[in-house]
Structures are given as structure tokens and as C-alpha cells.
Write a protein that binds this ligand. Structure first.
Ligand code: DI6
Ligand code: FE
Length: 406
């Protein structure tokens, strides 16, 4: 049955900005948006189901386009160490860091991984997230990467959220390949990626291009295999050093390059030309107490689409709030609240290859939206902490998930 959602204001995000419609309405049917516009022009149909949104502000459902939500254990002990002066790189060199989480993830059963990830994901969903990307990358062998990707698929099947699964097997060198990063990359390219892609567990391929992870040449090898498998690529690039990863990603028409604090002007130009989205991760910047900012002015000037994401992971961004990331993108990276909202809607959808179906309130797109009891859209980036009063509509139906305890 078609439904008319009315008595609301809309931030449609259709053109990348708020694209406001005051006193607007939305018509939905079969999970899709049929029409959006001013209430006075709403199509009149006999028997139309009507929902009064009581003056709320409606935005697209939020999209967290870069997370590592599935993992065993956590790293709060390393947080304490870092505050005592030990660096992230030192902890990693001593066998902690990502390797710590790899051990805990390998030891966990699929059910254990599912239930801990479900609890974390629920925090995002209660906040209005309707689409999320989740990466593997804490398994680093075939059975453990498969286990993570199966958990990611199961989260999408059992929770009211659209989930994209990214294979990040090229995240770190596992102990089996100590001092043989190239041997591990060969294994990922020859065996692991083809097997997991063939099992239908992979929507995109990511890698960590960094001096303490993989070189641009090794990443390129992974990208070539991904292309051969028909999978889009993304890249963790220029987080801690400048290796030209963002330009490499652009060359392979990556959906996104992520982090980017150390990117150069040439990287910005390459991404702009390729239409690769810049995914900024203020949570990791903050949690690692980084000081080098991404080249914001160059990104703005060259018109690179900017997405904002939580990077939710146990080591560098134990973030369970996308709205907090919006605030931090404004305070730390100088985005406007409008740009921050675009960063978790339209541009985040593009970073997942979902630009045609998600991320804005437009006819033909999936009817994922949130009706917020706020004064104006900037409130979403303004309030720190706490939960805002809201109604969450996913695929045209109101979700009651936010009331469930898990
Ligand atoms: N960059 C990050 O910030 C995370 N992975 C990556 O490639 C960190 C992952 C971790 O420390 O567990
Ligand atoms: Fe990450």
C-alpha cells in the first residue's frame, strides 16, 4: 500500500547539500520512494495510508561506509599503554596492535563474533544508521577471513540494515608469513580472494597501504586480482605516511580512498579526476592524537566528494556513534554540518557504489530515512552524545529495532 509521510521538513541531500523542502512530504511504496516534494503538491490518491511526522526533520538514513565491526576481544589495555607514552607503531612492532586482535578473532567462534558485532552494530542502528560497510581483515588466513565474512553476511540477514562486505585480507602480515609480506600477498591474490569471491562473500576489496603494512606495488597486485574478479576496490591510504596510495586508488577507479591525512595535492587531483570518494575518519585521527590534517581546502577546491565514517575498530577508533563522527568532522576537519551530513548520506552511498539507490531522498531510491525531533538539520552534528528522539524508516517500514534491548 502506498504511504504518504507528511507534516515534516526534508533535508533531501539530493544535490549534495541539504536541498531543503519545508513542509514537505514523501510518498513510498514497496520499499521505494515514489515522490518527494512540498506537501501542498503531494499526489492525492483515495485510500492512501498517511503518517503524520509531527513536524520532524527527515533525512536519508545514515550510512557508515567504513567499519571493522567484527572482531574478537578489544584493545583498551593498549589504549592505556599509549596514554603512558608507547606509540601505536611500537605496540604493533611488539606483536600487539592488529596482531592482538587477529589472535582473538581467530580464537572466537562464528557465534561469538556474531553476538559481539551485533551489540556494536546495534549502537549504530539506534542512532539512525540504515546502511553499513563492514570489513574483514582480522583473520588473515582463509578459514578466519571466511568466518568474518560469513558473520558480516549474517549481520545483514538478521538485522534491519543493509550491509556491504569488504575483504581486507591485505590488512597486516600474519605471523605465518613473518618477514614475508610478499608471500602473504601472493597467497591472498592466488588463493584467498578468488575463493572468497567465488563463495559470494565479497562485495569489495580493500587493503592497507602503509609503511607498516603493504607497499603500493603489493596493493596494486591485489587491485589487479580484484579487477579480474569484477570487484570494486577501496584503500586505506596516507593515514600515517605519504606513499601515493590515494593516486594508486584513483588509477584503479577505486570507490574510495580512506584516512588521507598525508595525501598530497597530486593525490587530490587524481581522486577528483577519477571520482574516487575521500572517506575521512575523524575518530581514528582523534584517538591516535594525530595532528596532521587532511588537505581540506584542496579537497573542497577540487570538488572531491567527502564521506565521513566511524572506522569503528578496536585499535584506532572504538567508535560506536556516527553522529559523534559528524561533530568531530566539523570541529577537527572544519566541515560544515551540511557537509558532514552529506558525508554520512549521499557521499557515503557513493563510497559503497550505492549512489544510484541510497543516500538521498529522491524518487526511485530506497525508502530509508530518519524523522528526527530536532530544530534544524545542523542539530545532528551539534549534539554531543546521547540519543536523539527519532523514528527510523527502513525500506518504507518503520523499524522498532531501536527499542529492542540486546
Ligand atoms: N587503519 C586503521 O585505522 C585500522 N586499520 C587500518 O588499516 C586499525 C586497525 C587496528 O588497529 O586494529
Ligand atoms: Fe579502517
Amino acid at each position: 500500500m502506498p504511504t504518504l509521510w507528511h507534516n515534516c521538513h526534508l533535508a533531501t541531500m539530493a544535490q549534495g547539500g541539504y536541498s531543503l523542502i519545508e513542509d514537505g512530504a514523501l510518498l513510498t511504496e514497496d520499499g521505494l520512494i515514489l515522490w518527494v516534494g512540498p506537501r501542498a503538491e503531494a499526489p492525492a490518491q483515495p485510500g492512501l495510508h498517511q503518517v503524520d511526522l509531527q513536524g520532524r526533520w527527515v533525512t536519508p538514513g545514515l550510512i557508515d561506509c567504513h567499519t571493522h565491526l567484527v572482531y574478537g576481544g578489544n584493545r583498551s589495555a593498549e589504549f592505556e599503554q599509549r596514554l603512558e607514552g608507547v606509540s601505536y607503531a611500537q605496540i604493533a612492532a611488539a606483536g600487539g596492535g592488529i596482531a592482538n586482535t587477529v589472535n582473538a578473532t581467530r580464537a572466537a567462534s562464528e557465534d561469538e563474533l556474531f553476538s559481539s558485532a551485533r551489540r556494536r552494530l546495534a549502537c549504530l542502528l539506534r542512532e539512525g544508521v540504515t546502511t553499513v560497510e563492514i570489513k574483514s581483515g582480522y583473520g588473515l588466513d582463509l578459514p578466519s577471513e571466511r568466518k568474518m565474512l560469513r558473520v558480516i553476511r549474517r549481520l545483514g540477514a538478521e538485522l534491519p540494515v543493509t550491509v556491504k562486505a569488504t575483504c581486507l585480507a591485505a590488512h597486516a602480515v600474519p605471523v605465518e608469513y613473518k618477514n614475508d609480506a610478499q608471500g602473504y600477498i601472493d597467497f591472498v591474490c592466488d588463493r584467498l580472494l578468488p575463493a572468497l569471491a567465488q563463495e559470494g562473500l565479497v562485495d569489495a576489496v580493500d587493503a592497507f597501504c602503509e609503511y607498516l603494512a603493504f607497499s603500493p606495488a603489493q596493493v596494486e597486485q591485489v587491485f589487479r586480482v580484484a579487477a579480474g574478479l569484477g570487484l570494486p576496490v577501496k584503500l586505506h591510504a596516507e593515514q600515517l605516511s605519504s606513499l601515493g596510495g590515494a593516486s594508486l586508488a584513483a588509477r584503479y577507479r577505486a570507490l574510495s580512498a580512506d584516512h588521507l591525512e598525508f595525501m598530497t595535492e597530486a593525490d587530490v587531483a587524481a581522486m577528483a579526476a577519477a571520482g574516487t570518494v575521500a572517506v575521512l575518519l575523524p575518530g581514528a585521527f582523534y584517538f591516535l592524537r594525530e595532528t596532521r590534517l587532511p588537505p581540506m581546502q584542496a579537497l573542497f577546491d577540487q570538488g572531491v566528494a567527502i564521506a565521513i565514517s566511524s572506522d569503528s575498530n578496536p585499535g584506532t577508533s572504538p567508535a560506536l556513534s556516527l553522529r559523534l563522527m559528524m561533530n568531530m568532522a566539523c570541529t577537527l576537519f572544519r566541515l560544515t554540518p551540511e557537509q558532514a551530513l552529506a558525508g554520512v548520506t549521499l557521499n557515503a552511498a557513493k563510497a559503497l557504489g550505492l549512489g544510484a539507490s541510497h543516500g538521498s531522498l529522491e524518487a526511485g531510491k530506497v525508502a530509508d530515512f530518519v524523522a528526527w525531533a530536532i530544530d534544524r538539520p545542523a542539530d545532528l552534528a551539534y549534539w554531543l552524545g546521547a540519543d536523539l528522539d527519532k523514528r527510523i524508516i527502513r525500506q518504507g517500514a518503520e523499524s522498532t529495532f531501536s527499542q529492542e534491548r540486546i
